[in-house]
Design a protein. Structure first.
Length: 190
């Protein structure tokens, strides 16, 4: 049975909305994304569709090189899963992506989290609710609480996630790029 690795990306982008959420949660990271590679190229979540307007949200393939993530702090976790789980996860996300115009951000659900009352809306997720649904639909994790109550900091503790990096996202991006372009030349002695 071949194994694959997926990644959980938790971020603090420092935006006004993030700061408001942070005053409630008292947690360092309040946005969650799921990604299929250590370079964070295929990173998916529910969030803002444009950097300037947090109220236009939905399914997004995130660009960690965008202005929104320039000053972000992050924690990156890895999880080893089976190839079958990986395929289910990828297919589930691609099905949502294909119908992305039918999906919206679950702003009302955030109030449900605050009051510990599940608010499920058809074709609507907030970031951690989406990541939790990906993990559940691919049969990686069965959550004990309603998915509309899962918060970003719940996710790393929901499975055998391993913390692989914590710090500035820009520093992580730089370290990945350095690994990719660093060439080893043989030492030639005369």
């Amino acid at each position: 049975m071949r194994e694959k690795t997926v990644y959980l990306l938790l971020t603090d982008t420092g935006t006004i909305l993030t700061r408001i959420i942070k005053t409630y949660t008292k947690k360092p990271y309040n946005h969650a994304s799921i990604t299929f590679d250590d370079e964070l190229i295929e990173t998916y979540s529910f969030g803002r569709k444009t950097a300037k307007n947090p109220f236009i949200g939905g399914f997004v393939r995130e660009d960690i090189h965008s202005v929104l993530f320039n000053q972000a702090d992050c924690a990156i976790y890895s999880l080893t899963i089976t190839n079958d789980e990986y395929q289910k996860m990828y297919q589930y996300i691609q099905e949502i992506s294909a119908k992305r115009e039918n999906y919206r951000y679950n702003f009302i659900g955030l109030f449900g989290v605050m009051f510990k009352k599940p608010i499920n809306r058809k074709n609507a997720f907030f970031c951690s609710q989406f990541v939790a649904s990906v993990l559940k639909e691919s049969q990686i994790i069965g959550f004990e609480i309603d998915l509309s109550l899962v918060e970003p900091y719940d996710l790393p503790h929901s499975a055998n996630f391993q913390l692989i990096y914590e710090g500035r996202l820009s520093d992580y991006k730089d370290s990945i790029m350095n690994k990719k372009v660093h060439v080893h030349y043989p030492i030639v002695t005369s």
